[in-house]
Design a protein around this ligand. Structure first.
Ligand code: HEM
Length: 410
């Protein structure tokens, strides 16, 4: 049995959030599990160990262990698909899977491609564009529409999702500030997501249909609805924006994408591997167990560092820190989790990326960052709130723009 390592790392302080990678490398060097003294949890920094934890949900449980405070686990996450186990999890997940399964999502591909092309034409101008605004609009127009909630709820959903992720963290200032908004989000869903307000045939409509068919209990409907509202927006917006940032920083990778726009899927996976939009989630251990030679006791909590697993050179080799959209098996990253709780919306996120990055590759010859992007500081999320990108349009796009201008002049 190994001697357990420990660390005084301030995992949620601004300095760490701005650049977590040196500390992640130090944790991986310390051992497979490292006791984080400030938070009383085990950090799991390596790919192999996080993969093992995700693959064993009978010992590593989600209920009561996904977030770092009891309050968030009990009041914000209780009854959600993310924070349930066993039979309850299976029942909730089955309802989501009907809507989010690859077969169902693939039917939306054409709609996503049309939407992405229209948005890129509207928002990507010769003077440059904001990658966050573009990604946000793509998600709003596709995912929010599929959810089936009134358009008037969009603003509240976006603010609420961000606060919900802050509320997973320890009881720091960021958490305290987010708690009222995250709690208000739960109240908002109870008030606004009703049989009458949601569109028939939409994702939310399907939840109520499952209640009517006896597949779900009435009281399970709103926690399940939060799987869509909390999990599907910021994650994808940050992931799409990050991919644009990586492509703008690496012109040779952009050229590879332009040669074959279908490489958009690899371009997206590679940016998720390198910069996981959700940096960590927890689990609680329900019986004494060993993980890579370290003894963990029943009732102890683990904090899986998805962001660190993407940089683990034991998995990705000496180029782990490099963005390379031709990397073999880059889609084996853990930014979507894995196992029974693995991201239910992964295929949906990938389809949005395929459409949006593909449309950008058609429309723009070159991308370059105009200044340093502004970072989001959140207990769990990693990414940007503002990214100005300078562009040179492709010849086709320039020709189309001149045609529009000359039509305007006449
Ligand atoms: C780039 C975008 C996304 C990323 C990085 C991401 C990441 C994750 C991760 C890491 C988990 C695992 C949680 C755990 O093991 O405890 C997860 C679960 C989940 N995600 Fe995503 N996600 C993304 C997009 C989406 C979208 C678009 C949706 C839905 C429409 C979605 C719905 C869910 C749900 C419902 C779960 C819980 C699954 C369960 O507990 O069974 N996600 N996601």
């Amino acid at each position: 049995m190994s001697v357990a390592a420990s660390s005084a790392l301030a995992l949620f302080d601004d300095a760490h959030l701005c650049d977590p990678y040196p500390a992640y490398a130090a944790l991986r060097a310390l051992g497979p599990l490292v006791r984080l003294e400030r938070y009383g949890v085990w950090a799991v920094p390596g790919y192999a160990e996080v993969h093992a934890v995700l693959g064993n949900d009978s010992i590593f449980r989600s209920d009561g262990g996904v977030a770092l405070t009891d309050l968030a686990n009990r009041q914000i996450l209780a009854g959600t698909v993310l924070a349930s186990d066993g039979e309850q999890h299976h029942r909730l997940r089955r309802v989501l899977s009907r809507q989010l399964a690859p077969r169902a999502i693939t039917r939306l591909q054409e709609q996503f491609t049309d939407r992405a092309r229209t948005l890129v034409k509207q928002l990507v101008e010769p003077g440059g564009f904001d990658a966050v605004a573009l990604a946000q609009q793509m998600v709003a127009d596709t995912v929010m529409h599929s959810m089936g909630l009134p358009d008037s709820t969009r603003g509240t959903l976006l603010t609420g999702a961000n606060a919900t992720f802050d509320a997973f963290g320890p009881g720091n200032d960021r958490y305290q500030q987010a708690l009222p908004t995250a709690s208000a989000m739960v109240a908002f869903l109870h008030e606004r997501v009703t049989r009458d307000s949601v569109r028939q045939g939409s994702w939310m409509g399907d939840i109520f249909r499952a209640v009517d068919k006896g597949q779900l209990d009435e009281k399970e409907a709103i926690p399940l609805a939060s799987a869509y509202t909390a999990a599907s927006m910021d994650t994808t917006i940050l992931g799409l924006t990050e991919a644009i940032v990586q492509l703008a920083r690496h012109p040779e990778q952009w050229a590879l994408l332009r040669q074959k726009p279908e490489r958009a899927v690899q371009a997206f996976h590679e940016s998720l591997r390198l910069e996981a939009p959700i940096q960590g989630f927890g689990r609680i251990v329900n019986k004494d167990t060993d993980l890579s030679g370290v003894r963990i006791k029943a009732g102890e909590q683990l904090w899986m560092l998805f962001g660190s697993t993407g940089r683990d050179d034991r998995k990705w080799g000496p180029t782990a820190d490099t963005y390379n959209l031709r990397r073999q098996l880059t889609n084996h990253h853990l930014a979507f989790g894995a196992g029974r709780h693995g991201c239910a919306g992964a295929h949906l996120a990938v389809m949005q990326a395929f459409a949006l990055l593909g449309a950008l590759a058609e429309h723009c010859a070159h991308l370059a960052l105009s200044g340093e992007p502004e970072r989001v500081l959140n207990n769990l999320l990693r990414g940007y709130k503002r990214v100005r990108v300078a562009v040179e349009l492709s010849q086709d796009a320039t020709a189309a723009q001149s045609a529009v201008s000359s039509r305007r002049v006449q």
